[in-house]
Design a protein around this ligand. Structure first.
Ligand code: SF4
Ligand code: SF4
Length: 114
């Protein structure tokens, strides 16, 4: 069984239910199309800890990432809300730091949910 998680922007989640992400997951479409027919479990739906936090020194973020590691999560999909700018080409700097921390733990980062 493969284990994955979704990472999103805390600010976006003030107005978003996460339904777009979960709809794509439930139908194995868009960013999750490659998992069709595969035994994969969505284990976590986590957010950054906000614009004022520094993921590199935030014990809460370390705890979340430890949890992903302990569950055997092998890939984290980042939501569209984690990228900023008119064309959403760049990750928010805090998300970019979280992506680096994930990769340092051997967890693959894949852009795209819905
Ligand atoms: S740090 Fe970036 S991803 Fe997190 S809430 Fe702020 S804008 Fe969103
Ligand atoms: S990617 Fe879309 S549905 Fe998922 S949390 Fe971000 S804004 Fe909401």
């Amino acid at each position: 069984m493969k284990h994955i998680a979704i990472l999103t922007c805390l600010d976006a989640c003030k107005v978003c239910t996460g339904a777009g992400c979960l709809k794509a997951w439930n139908s194995r479409s868009r960013g999750f199309a490659s998992y069709a027919g595969e035994a994969v479990q969505l284990d976590a739906f986590l957010h950054c800890n906000g614009c004022g936090s520094d993921p590199a020194s935030d014990p809460g973020m370390a705890e979340k990432l430890d949890r992903l590691s302990s569950m055997g999560v092998s890939a984290v999909h980042t939501g569209v809300c984690t990228r900023k700018g008119p064309d959403r080409q760049e990750y928010c700097p805090n998300i970019a730091k979280i992506c680096t921390l994930l990769e340092q733990r051997g967890i693959r980062v894949i852009y795209g949910t819905h």
